[in-house]
Design a protein around this ligand. Structure first.
Ligand SMILES: Cc1cc2nc3c(=O)[nH]c(=O)nc-3n(C[C@H](O)[C@H](O)[C@H](O)COP(=O)(O)OP(=O)(O)OC[C@H]3O[C@@H](n4cnc5c(N)ncnc54)[C@H](O)[C@@H]3O)c2cc1C
Length: 490
C-alpha cells in the first residue's frame, strides 16, 4: 500500500516468454495513419475522441508518473458506455491497431497509454449498491476516493489502497493492497463478478459460475491482458462503528529493534491491525508507522501492547474515528479532494520486493537504509514496508492470479526524480542496479505487479509465480491473437 505522509512532508505533494508475446508495438503509428483514425469505424463511437491535433491531447496523455515519454497514442476514446468500448475494440481490431485500457492513469510505466488507442473508462463510473445482498456494481472508471465515500454513505466499504486518485480498474485487476487488507484481503479478493469486453468486442461476464478461468486470471493478472473490464461486482463489508488509526514514531538509529519486532510478531499480530512502516531519511521524522486497527482505541492499545513494548516507539498516537475519516487521514487529502480526486503528476521510479518470513536479515535492512540515505539530493528516496499476513495470506496462492500469499511484508523503494534529464537518468540507473543486486543478495523472488517495473528481470515469475503458465494458457483461450498487449503483458 502506498501511504503518503512522508511524501507530503518531504517531497512535496505526490498523492501521492511469454509464449504469446508475438508483436509488441511500442513505436507510434506513422503520421499519415494518425489522422482521425476512428472516424471511419462502422459503428459510431458516441464518447469524445481526442486526437493528437486537439489542444487537450498533451494534457490528456499526462499520467500520474510523467517519467516515461515514449508513448504517443493516436487517439484517446472516452467511452460513454459499454457499447462504445465494444465498438472501439471492434474497430481497432479490424484496423490492426493496438488498444490499452485506462482507468485512473496511475500505471508506474504509463502502460495505460501504450496502445495506438487509449480506451479511457472514466465515464463508466456507476456505483450501484444492493443493500440487501451487500454487493455493489462498480464501474471500472471509478477512483478509490469516490468509492470509499459513496459506499460509506450507505454504511459499507471495500478494502483497497490509500491514494484517492488511483483507479479501481488498474488497482483491483492487479491485486490492490491497503490499510484494511489484513482484515479483509486485497481488493481483488473481494470481487464477485467482472464484466469485460473481450478481443472480439463481445461483453462477457466472469465469475465463479461463468468463465471461471477468466475470473481466476482477472483477479491479480487482469491489467490489459484479457480485455477491457467495464464493471466489477464487489462483496461489501458493513462499515465498523469505529476504527483506530495509529501513528508511531521511531528513532532511526534503532531501526533494527523495530524490524526485530516485525519479524517476530508480524504474522501473528491480530488481523484487525494493518500498518506500513515508512523510512524517509530526508524527512524530519525518519521512521514512522501508520496503520488502521479495526476497533476501538482501547482495544487497539491492548492488542498492540506487545508490539509496542518490543518495537519501542519514541511516540505513539491513537485516533479513534470513522472508517472514512481513516481513508481521508491516510490519503493525506481533504474530504473534498478525497471525494473528487485529481492527479498530482510527478516523475518517479519504484522497485518492489516481497519478503517472505522470517523477514530480512539486519544486513538487508541496513542495505535499504544505506541506499535511502545516500541517494543524491535530486532523487530523494524512501522505503515503505507494508505488513502482509492476515486475510491476504488466508487465500491459497493458486486460487486467484494474485500469488503473493506467503509474504511477511512488501517493500516499495520509491525514488522521486527532481533533477534534469541527465541527473534523473543516473538516479534511475542507480535504483535499477540496486534493485537487481538486492534481489540477488537477499534471495528475493517476488515483486508486486501493481508496482509495475519495466526493468525488472524475470517479471513473469516475480509477478505471477507458479500461476504464470496457467495465465498463459487462459490468454491463449480468451485472446489467442494477443490483441491486448503492452511491454509486460501476459
Ligand atoms: C500515487 C499512487 C498511489 C498508489 N497507492 C497504492 C496503494 O495504496 N495500494 C496498491 O495496491 N497500489 C497502489 N498504487 C499502485 C496502483 O494500484 C497501480 O498503479 C494500478 O495499476 C493503478 O490503476 P489505475 O487504474 O489508476 O492506472 P491505469 O494506468 O489506468 O491502469 C494500470 C494498468 O491497468 C490496465 N487497466 C486499467 N483499467 C483497465 C480496465 N478497465 N480493464 C483492463 N485493464 C485495465 C491499464 O491498461 C494498465 O496496464 C499506487 C500508485 C500510485 C501512482
Amino acid at each position: 500500500m502506498m501511504s503518503e505522509s512522508m511524501i507530503k512532508k518531504v517531497f512535496l505533494r505526490f498523492c501521492l516468454l511469454s509464449l504469446l508475446i508475438i508483436v509488441v508495438k511500442t513505436s507510434p503509428l506513422k503520421k499519415s495513419k494518425k489522422i482521425n483514425i476512428l472516424e471511419s469505424c462502422p459503428n459510431p463511437i458516441k464518447g469524445q475522441i481526442v486526437y493528437p491535433d486537439n489542444s487537450k491531447y498533451t494534457q490528456d496523455i499526462t499520467c500520474e508518473n510523467t517519467r516515461v515519454t515514449t508513448f504517443h497514442p493516436a487517439a484517446i476514446v472516452y467511452a460513454s458506455n459499454v457499447e462504445d468500448v465494444q465498438n472501439t475494440v471492434k474497430c481497432a481490431k479490424s484496423s490492426n491497431l493496438t488498444i490499452t485500457a485506462r482507468s485512473g492513469g496511475h500505471s508506474y510505466e504509463e502502460y495505460s497509454i501504450s496502445g495506438d488507442i487509449v480506451l479511457d473508462v472514466t465515464n463508466l463510473n456507476q456505483i450501484d449498491i444492493n443493500d440487501n445482498a451487500k454487493t455493489a456494481v462498480i464501474g471500472s472508471g471509478n477512483r478509490l476516493g469516490p468509492i470509499y465515500y459513496n459506499l460509506s454513505q450507505a454504511g459499507f466499504f471495500i478494502p483497497a489502497g490509500s491514494c484517492p486518485s488511483v483507479g479501481i480498474g488498474g488497482h483491483a485487476l492487479g491485486g490492490g493492497i491497503g490499510l484494511y487488507a489484513r482484515k479483509f484481503g486485497t481488493a481483488s479478493d473481494n470481487i464477485l463478478s467482472i464484466d469485460i469486453v473481450n478481443a472480439n468486442g463481445i461483453l462477457i461476464t466472469a465469475n465463479a459460475n461463468q468463465n471461471e478461468e477468466l475470473f481466476y486470471a482477472l483477479r491479480g493478472g487482469g491489467n490489459n491482458n484479457y480485455g477491457i473490464v467495464t464493471s466489477f461486482t464487489f462483496k461489501l463489508h458493513p462499515t465498523p462503528p469505529k476504527v483506530t488509526s495509529i501513528h508511531f514514531v521511531y528513532d532511526f538509529s534503532k531501526i533494527q529493534t523495530v524490524f526485530d519486532a516485525i519479524n517476530k510478531l508480524g504474522l501473528t499480530l491480530t488481523d484487525d491491525m494493518t500498518f506500513s512502516l515508512v523510512m524517509a531519511p530526508s524527512s524530519d521524522t525518519h521512521l514512522e508507522l501508520e496503520g488502521v486497527y479495526q476497533g476501538t482505541k482501547k482495544n487497539a492499545q491492548k492488542d498492540l501492547e506487545n508490539f509496542i513494548s518490543l518495537s519501542k516507539p519514541t511516540s505513539t498516537e491513537f485516533f479513534e474515528e470513522s472508517l472514512f475519516s481513516s481513508v481521508v487521514r491516510w490519503g493525506f487529502e481533504s474530504v473534498n479532494d478525497t471525494m473528487n480526486p485529481s492527479h498530482h503528476p510527478s516523475k518517479f521510479k519504484a522497485k518492489s520486493f516481497l519478503i517472505k518470513p522470517p523477514g530480512l536479515s539486519p544486513k538487508g535492512i541496513q542495505s535499504i537504509k544505506d541506499f535511502t540515505l545516500n541517494t543524491p539530493k535530486d532523487c530523494p528516496t524512501y522505503a515503505i514496508f507494508d505488513l502482509f499476513g492476515g486475510a491476504i495470506n488466508k487465500v491459497a496462492a493458486d486460487e486467484t492470479a494474485f500469488v503473493h500469499r506467503n509474504i511477511l511484508y512488501g517493500i516499495q523503494l520509491y525514488m522521486n526524480l527532481n533533477g534534469d534529464s541527465t541527473t534523473n537518468k543516473k538516479c534511475i540507473d542507480q535504483i535499477n542496479n540496486f534493485g537487481t543486486n538486492y534481489q540477488k543478495s537477499f534471495n528475493i523472488s517476488s515483486s508486486y505487479q501493481n508496482y509495475i517495473d519495466k526493468e525488472l528481470d524475470n517479471w513473469q515469475t516475480r509477478y505471477y509465480g507458479s500461476n504464470f503458465q496457467k495465465l498463459v494458457s487462459i490468454k491463449r483461450k480468451f485472446d489467442p491473437d494477443n490483441f491486448f498487449h503492452f511491454p509486460q503483458s501476459i
